[in-house]
Ligand binder design. Sequence first.
Ligand code: ATP
Ligand code: MG
Length: 563
Amino acid sequence: MKQSQYFIPTLKDVSNDVQMTSHKLMLRAGLMRSIGAGIFSWLPLGWRVIEKIKKVLQEEMNKIGGQEFHLPALNPIEYWEETGRVEAMGDVMFHIKNRDGLVLAPTHEEIIALHAKQHISSYRDMPMVWYQIQSKFRNEPRPRSGVLRGRQFFMKDSYSLDTSFENLDISYDKHYNAYKSIFDRCGIKYFIVGASSGAMGGSKSQEFMVESDFGEDVCAISDSGYAANIEVATSDLKAIERNKDNFEAEIFETPKSKTIDDLVKDFDLDEQICAKSLIYIVDKKAVMILMRGNDELNISKVESFFATTDIRPAHDEEILEITGAKAGSLGPINLLKNIDVYADNLLMNCNGLVSGANKTGYHYKNIDLDRDAKIAKYQDFRTVQSGEPDIIDGSTISVVKAIELGHIFKLGTKYSDAMGAKFLDTDGKEKSIVMGSYGIGVERIAACFIEQSSDDNGIIWNKELAPFDVHIVGINTHKDQTVSDYCDELYSKFNSENIEVLYDDRDVSPGFKFKDADLIGTPIQIIVGSRSLKEDLVEVKIRKNSEKIMIKTNKILDFIKNN
Ligand code: ATP
Ligand code: MG
């Protein structure tokens, strides 16, 4: 491409609202433009990067036997009703207003299960890995950080179809390895975490994460290699030990203590032994969850435990009706209504606890959960904190923010059951197809790469993702015939050798060209000036370390081919 005829609208600056480096550089280098919240146009240079990412994705998916599809974004809503996901997706799904019964697909499990139902009938038809790289539509409530969270974005989504859970394990492992190859080839530093399968069923799920302060996921990691999404992360903290002295539970007046902090301060108590009692409405039914006072309830764990997303904190009136007291004085003893009480594992069989008395302005002390309360089940409900020991070897956990790049998921038969995608097995029995689902955000690869590979001057592409292999920067091409002749010749030579080349032949100052070349960030720049040309030399600049090498004009093609 000759830059004088190519559309790369580089910018010196962008608005102060743009915070992420990758977002800034995508705008400044002329890769993309935003046309609305979470909606982006890819410009020619950016589109070349997306195409490079797609190539890596296709090659690695094809290696594990993936077959590429292109499924429509426009979906009849009936399939989504069959799996119950119109409700589950809620406001995230876009609905079409002027044509009945159509939605924009946020993902494609339903349509895959539909095609499987239509044409997979025997164990002989499997395994299958079906994938696509296609636009997804999600009505994200808070699109931000540029292309990281779009309302329309590209996803590589693949789906495995297997005859059994054992075979699903094989398809899942193949994806796990393919994902590692994809992110390694792209040159992204990532880590893999165990993730929540959520309330939607499925047995195992892992996420590929990039650490970043702009990430909207939170993960617990440690030096021993422990890594888990905070939604499922656990630590090796031990339950509070039982006191040898076991006194009678005793009510005491606490008129000013509305919170655990107040209680600790007002009565000089150890925070650990002050249990807090939370009332939640789970699937329309009230439950109490007891936690150590200083611990944070982990809603994802609650969702997984009760296998539902229909969970909310109880309102003040409900609390009063159930317990007979206002929030701040709730506890497991003397509840007005007979509701199930669950407790966090760290409170297992504890005594000596302080908790509300279900009488506004009163607490109990010396509560023995074994003796005084009826605990339906002890369960891990708490959110892990930085500094806790991990479960591998006790290494210290750090809680970090991260961007989710990819997600692999053993779905099981949820979608095939709902859609009726069945097959006849070797034993002649009809069974549901066992599915897996695997997604990667294409734009997120580009953004995460730039987050990790740029400097003050611009992007530093690697070979795999660079929009061009090499950038010829001709100095004074418009004034100096020898320079422009040589650049033209080099440009044709590269093109005929299939070397992807961008040639800056614009009528602008050398300084301007150098700045743009660094901003665009191809791995190699060839700087052609009249002075060095007289000695049959050109200057090569390696973008990543700014190293400059003088190379003989007759050796430049070999140099580029070998680097
Ligand atoms: P997030 O928690 O970030 O919303 P998700 O759990 O909704 O992600 P999946 O449904 O698993 O994501 O989608 C698979 C992949 O698609 C994600 O790992 C991510 O890389 C990408 N992705 C998801 N939502 C978006 C979005 N709004 N914009 C860009 N990429 C996205
Ligand atoms: Mg999401």
